[in-house]
Design a protein around this ligand. Structure first.
Ligand code: NI
Length: 129
């Protein structure tokens, strides 16, 4: 699938323009990875991605990545964190947080867990309003 993305993206503006929490949108493709933006509030769901690492970059606010067997990772603006493949995690935003994500095209954002927050890739590929 070849998609024409805009040639220049201002990540913070793109994330700010989102109207729904926990509904990532794809803004670019790099090889086999998508770059996405998302607006977060509250917690997503415990899940893992069995074959894919997932990179979080905080654009505004703060994000906590909770783990089952290790301390949570607290991310401030400008920080990145890579969630290793196969590791259960739960993203939590106590207050609204804007992020960019880099993850493989095949990644499902709630892993094998289907929740009412799960968004299919076609929905993530819709143009940002
Ligand atoms: Ni994840």
């Amino acid at each position: 699938m070849h998609i024409n993305f805009p040639t220049q993206i201002e990540l913070l503006s793109a994330a700010q323009s989102l109207t729904e929490h926990w509904s990532p949108r794809v803004v670019a493709q790099v090889n086999d990875q998508y770059v996405k933006v998302a607006k977060l509030l509250g917690q997503l769901a415990w899940h893992d991605h069995s074959g894919e690492d997932e990179l979080f970059l905080v654009l505004s606010g703060r994000l906590r990545i909770e783990y089952r067997d290790q301390p949570p990772v607290e991310l401030a603006v400008g920080s990145i964190h890579v969630v290793p493949r196969g590791v259960q995690h739960n993203p939590v935003a106590e207050q609204e947080c804007l992020i960019a994500l880099i993850e493989p095209i095949a990644t499902r954002h709630t892993g094998d867990v289907a929740t009412d927050r799960t968004r299919g890739i076609n929905e993530q590929l819709r143009a940002i309003a």
